[in-house]
Design a protein around this ligand. Structure first.
Ligand SMILES: CC(C)(COP(=O)(O)OP(=O)(O)OC[C@H]1O[C@@H](n2cnc3c(N)ncnc32)[C@H](O)[C@@H]1OP(=O)(O)O)[C@@H](O)C(=O)NCCC(=O)NCCS
Length: 292
């Protein structure tokens, strides 16, 4: 019942589990899987990925980043599979230290980690899980001459330029972002930008809508460094959140990184829009004497 990842249909199979067991305390949203898989190209060899399924129902998956990091999800109704994922991970990882990131609410996974000899380790850099319902959204406001709108496929080059300016150096290219735009559940009407008076894109917010759970995830969000501190990050997120609500969602989530120099503005931005933290990522580590 275990199979190796072999293409886009398998990403959908992983997302089927992610969506079925999703709560705001889940470690990943369906949007994370599409964004992380497609934002760059040519990394498949670094990403051993396996799926455990029965009768077309996905029960667990593991996604390794070599040499030794694991992201996983396991159906809480099948906690036994957490141990199987960890055994597979130890076989495919090539480093002496094995690192697994989850959230505290995933007790069935942390129990398996502990039983397998992992220890929880405090890290200076971690993700905080923030959420907000969509009842009382303020209206977005941009300075004169700036323009808020969702982007289209014709905007690909400028959409990639603003991403690269925010995250320099970035692996995102026109080829990879075109893949993002083709991935489920991407929607151009939830991919918002602020256009500057000279036509450059100054800020962006992409939301991934999980219409089964009524929850959208903001990923990624950014303002070109030349345009920061003008309210554009807030405005582009609020505009995208209004579009998310119009699409039928009742909740938004976002997982900013704490402790990373590139992301210092993220938590203040989301807090200023009414997002509140409710969970955080937890890193579990196991050291082995020799790598296989
Ligand atoms: C985070 C980011 C998008 C903010 O963009 P921005 O356009 O400068 O933000 P805004 O001007 O709209 O500011 C919105 C609020 O956040 C606060 N804020 C923004 N950056 C801040 C910073 N570096 N330090 C403290 N507060 C900050 C503002 O004071 C403002 O608060 P207020 O509404 O209470 O006055 C931008 O800094 C960025 O692109 N950072 C790198 C990428 C990133 O971290 N993205 C988020 C990943 S989840």
């Amino acid at each position: 019942m275990r199979r190796q990842f072999s293409g886009p249909a398998d990403l959908r199979a992983m997302q089927e589990l992610t969506q079925r067991i999703w709560t705001p305390e889940s470690s990943v949203h369906i949007g994370d899987l599409s964004w992380q898989r497609y934002q760059s190209t040519g990394r498949e060899a670094e990403w051993p990925t396996a799926i455990w399924a029965e009768n077309d129902t996905t029960l667990a998956w593991g996604w390794v980043t070599l040499p030794g990091e694991l992201m996983l999800q396991v159906d809480p109704a099948r906690p036994d599979l957490a141990t199987e994922v960890l055994t597979w991970f130890a076989e495919v990882a090539t480093s002496p230290t094995l690192t697994v990131t989850i959230v505290d609410a995933e007790k069935h996974v942390s129990t398996a980690l502990e039983a397998d000899g992992y220890s929880r380790e405090e890290r200076a850099v971690f993700e905080t899980y923030m959420s907000r319902d969509l009842d009382d959204l303020p209206e977005p406001v941009v300075p004169q001459g700036f323009h808020l709108r969702p982007c289209t496929a014709d905007d690909l080059a400028r959409r990639v330029e603003v991403h690269q300016a925010v995250w320099h150096p970035s692996r995102v290219t026109e080829e990879s972002y075109a893949n993002v735009m083709r991935a489920w559940p991407y929607r151009a009407d939830l991919d918002w930008i602020v256009e500057a008076p000279d036509g450059d894109f100054a800020a962006q917010c992409l939301i991934w809508h999980d219409d089964h759970n009524g929850a959208g995830e903001l990923e990624p969000v950014g303002t070109d460094p030349r345009y920061r501190g003008k309210g554009l990050g807030r405005a582009v997120c609020l505009a995208a959140l209004h579009a998310l609500r119009a699409a039928g969602a009742h909740q938004a989530v976002v997982y900013p990184v704490i402790g990373h120099p590139k992301s210092v503005g993220a938590v203040p931005l989301y807090a200023s829009m009414g997002f509140r933290a409710h969970a955080r990522s937890a890193t579990w580590v196991k050291r082995r004497l020799t790598a296989p």
